[in-house]
Design a protein around this ligand. Structure first.
Ligand SMILES: [Zn+2]
Length: 76
């Protein structure tokens, strides 16, 4: 009943940069070759692109400002 080794994902010792496809350490947070921010490894051994929360927040604020602007224009 002990099948905790099998989780459908292979174990990797390195990961590949999604940008330049160079190998790097599995716990690297930045590609040493192209300086891209990298996340955790996916099932293909490629580093995931980390979610950029700051740009996401800036985008939401800009969208809200635009919506407010459009709303005001329609009211007046
Ligand atoms: Zn890279």
């Amino acid at each position: 009943m002990a099948r905790d080794q099998e989780k459908g994902e292979k174990k990797f010792s390195t990961k590949k940069c999604y940008e330049c496809f160079e190998h790097m350490k599995l716990d690297a947070i930045e590609c040493p070759f192209c300086k891209s921010r990298v996340g955790s490894v996916d099932r293909n051994g490629i580093a995931k692109k980390p979610v950029d929360w700051i740009s996401y927040a800036v985008f939401l604020v800009a969208l809200a400002a635009l919506a407010l602007f459009v709303w005001k224009v329609f009211l007046n």
